[in-house]
Every structure is written in C-alpha cells, then in structure tokens.
Design a protein around this ligand. Structure first.
Ligand code: GDP
Length: 429
C-alpha cells in the first residue's frame, strides 16, 4: 500500500515502489521530432531583434488561418468561429461599433447618449467571456474618451472606440514580451560570469518553474520555452518536478530527447539535459539539488555555471485542492524561482479565472515580506478556441499578472506573444 505524507508525497526512499516507468518510454521516445514538425523555419514563429535575440512573434492575423484550419477539422469549433464570424475573417466594422451607430451626427456626445450603447457593449463583452468587473472597466474607458467628443462619421466613432479599448486593454493586460524574459536571463548570465571572474558573489542559473492543473499543457509549454531558449543559445536543465503522476518524468524525457535531436541540425550552441529523481520524492528538494548542480562551473567549456537556465516542471494539481496547493509555498521558498509561470487553458467554460486566482495566492511571501505571486501566464490551446480573449482578459484582471506567451499548437515553435491590438479587434467583433 502506498502511504502519502501530509504534502501528498510518498515517503522518501520508497520511490522504487512508485516508479512504474521502467523502460517504458525509452523504446518509443526516439521518433525523430522533425517527423512531427512540418515547418520550423525561424521566421514562421520568431523574429530576430537588432540585438540578435530570437523573440516570439505576436499572435496576430496568422491566428485567423490557424483557427480556420482547425475549424475545418472540428465542427464545434466551426460553429464557434462562425459565431465570431464577420469577426475573425472579415475586416469590416465590428459589433461593438455597431452599437454606437445611432450616435453619429456631428453633435457633442452626452452621458445620456452613451447609457444604452455602453450597457449593450458591456453585455457584448460579458458574452465574450470577459468578467463583469473587467467589462465595466473597459466600458468606463470608452465612456471617458467618447464623452464630449463630436462624432462626425461612423468611421471616427469606430476608431475612437478601438483606440480607447486598446488603451484600456494595454493597461489591463500589461503584456510582456519574450524579449523581457530573454534580457532578464541574459542579465543573470552576465552576473554569473562577472562573479566567476572576480571570484566574489554567488553563482546561480536563472530558474523558471511551471505550474498549473493537470492536462493544461504544462510539459508541452515547458518544452516550447526550452526550444525558444535553445534557439537563443542557452544551456537548459529541465527538472522532473512532477514526482506524483506516473509517466510525467518519461514525458519530459521524450521532450528533452526530441529537442536534443531537433537542435542537432540547427545553428545553436544551446544544450539541454534532464535532471530527474523518479517519483515520490519532494520536488522542492529535487529542484534545489538541480539548481546546485547547474550552479557549478563547467570546466570543459570554461562557463561560470554548467547551465544558464533551470526549467522546473511541477505536479499538476487542482487549484482547489488545499493540501497539494499548500506544498507550493515550500516549493517557492526552497527552489526560489526567478519566475513562476502558470499554464492555463484558453478553453471556454474552463475555470481559468479561479485557477489563476488560486495559484496566484499559493506561494506565500518572499523573505522581505512582499507577496510571492505568479510572474506570468502562458495561455495554452489558443488554436482550439475562438473566444479565448475574454478568458485571458478576465484572468489578468483578477490578479494583475501579465500574459507572457500563448500556445497555438502542439509543436515546439507554437508559442506567440499576446497582441493587444489583436485582442481588441476580437473583442469588438
Ligand atoms: P500537462 O499534463 O499539463 O503537462 O499537459 P501536457 O503538456 O501533457 O499537454 C496535454 C495535451 O495538450 C497534449 O496533448 C498537448 O499536445 C496538448 N497541448 C498543449 N499545449 C497545446 C496548445 O497550445 N495547443 C494545442 N492544440 N494542444 C496543446
């Protein structure tokens, strides 16, 4: 019989009993990844900055074709896409602008004129899965910008609303780019190098951990992040921190092997390895040991640390499972990640907002007493649902945590940055 301790882990030392993996994955894990990835040209998913970093492209109109292609295969999505119709595919004025159509006429707009269209706009946003409070905030912004303005033509009212909504969404979504993350990693790498040269100061790789409920796409997203880092010549140590679900470590091993064979044919000095200790052990200790290992100098390459980035997978957990959620606090303290990203699904009807709030509150406090929240969301499966923008807006509004990237497919390059202009366009349809 398996015995779990109060944190939901098996007793230390009993891992042999729990390790069902045996040789399971090794046999079938060697499928060449290229076979699964049709086009992986760099400019299909990324662009190179003037500084030489390879950053993710914005999620944009490309999404229309991704959704249309998926819709062809999936009747439910086809309905969904049709509902957004004019929407996703056409570029005409959207539903929101239409609500203000009767206001055109060259007169100054009063608060009274705006009551009905703003109420209708709020209902429209709520139907698009935007939480009521967030919808109210967006409508307030549009109201402020329209009040007292003269609307000579429909075109002008459309653009005032678009600009106003975009401004409000930019404030609300505070989107961050993959460049911010890459620069932050570069700063840590430079600090380690300086510490090695001067012989003073601690060396520590950049640590990222990925959390989320089961099945949302944590390990796939971790692999996509690893791919981006490898393309930027970083050396990545992936840590099997899901010591709970049988098969989780093997799944990571498959990703690591795939990525190793993928980069062999690419121009990168990056490398990737897996650190794992099987099942049943406390992931916080495994993470700490992996970080210690990655912090050691690498004499063979003359590097300050043997890995630049440590990417830690964690066990999926129900966000309302108090017992498992509480172990995240100890994890954050011991592994002390530079970034904690939550992977959440874009699926309509999923409880992403409650997930976001519960994960945001799970990590306790930093040593200086400030709150240790989440550092970003990565919203997965955006390619499978047309109406995810409202869910994204609601998640960010509930916590103030930005969206770092969005997942748009099952392949390693299928990661993009969220574009506010694109969100605005979709919400106005
Ligand atoms: P985990 O249990 O959270 O680690 O989830 P996995 O990484 O195993 O992913 C669960 C499933 O979701 C897998 O079949 C993935 O291929 C799929 N998945 C992950 N991200 C995306 C995405 O952005 N788009 C699509 N279409 N599928 C995804």
């Amino acid at each position: 019989m398996r015995k779990w301790d109060e944190n939901g882990f098996d007793d230390e030392g009993d891992d042999s009993v729990l390790d069902y993996s045996a040789a399971a994955a090794d046999g079938d894990s060697d499928a060449p990844y290229e076979a699964q990835t049709p086009g992986i040209e760099q400019d299909s998913w990324s662009r190179r900055t003037a500084g030489g970093e390879i950053v993710l492209k914005d999620l944009d109109d490309e999404m229309n074709s991704i959704l249309s292609a998926a819709a062809e295969k999936n009747a439910a999505l086809a309905e969904n896409t049709k509902a957004l119709s004019g929407g996703i595919v056409s570029s005409g004025f959207g539903a929101v602008s239409g609500l203000f159509r009767n206001l055109v006429g060259g007169k100054q707009l009063s608060a009274e004129d705006l009551v009905k269209p703003l109420k209708d706009m709020q209902d429209h946003l709520i139907k698009r899965n935007v939480a009521r409070e967030a919808a109210e905030r967006l409508c307030e912004s549009v109201k402020r910008d329209l009040l007292g303005s003269k609307t000579a033509s429909f075109q002008s009212i459309d653009s005032v609303i678009r600009v106003s909504l975009e401004k409000a969404l930019t404030l609300m979504l505070t989107p961050t780019s993959s460049l911010d993350l890459l620069r932050s990693i570069a700063a840590t790498t430079a600090r380690n190098r300086a510490a090695a040269t001067s012989g003073a100061g601690q060396r520590r790789p950049y640590v990222i951990s990925i959390v989320g409920v089961n099945g949302v796409g944590k390990s796939t997203t971790l692999a996509k992040l690893a791919f981006l880092l490898l393309e930027n010549n970083y050396r990545v140590l992936v840590v099997g921190g899901d010591t709970f679900r049988s098969g989780a470590v093997e799944q990571l091993r498959v990703h690591v092997k795939n990525l190793q064979s993928l980069i062999a044919s690419r121009q990168t000095t990056g490398k990737i390895d897996l650190y794992e200790r099987g099942y049943g052990k406390d992931p916080a200790h495994i993470a700490r040991d992996a970080i210690t290992l990655a912090s050691q100098a690498d004499p063979s390459t003359d590097s300050a640390t043997s890995f630049d980035v440590v990417l830690i997978d964690t066990a999926g957990r129900r966000h309302n499972d108090a017992r498992l959620m509480s172990s995240l606090e100890g994890f954050a303290r011991l592994a002390n990640p530079d970034k904690i990203f939550m992977v959440g699904e874009a699926l309509v009807g999923s409880d992403s907002v409650a997930q976001a709030r519960d994960f945001y509150n799970a990590f306790g406090f930093n040593t200086d007493g400030t709150k240790r929240g989440l550092d970003g969301y990565i919203v997965s499966k955006c390619d499978t649902v047309g109406e995810m923008v409202g869910t994204i807006v609601s998640m960010v509004h509930a916590t103030g945590v930005p969206v770092v990237a969005v997942g748009v497919g099952q392949h390693y390059p299928d990661l993009r940055t969220l574009s506010v202009a694109w969100c605005t366009r979709l919400l106005m349809q």
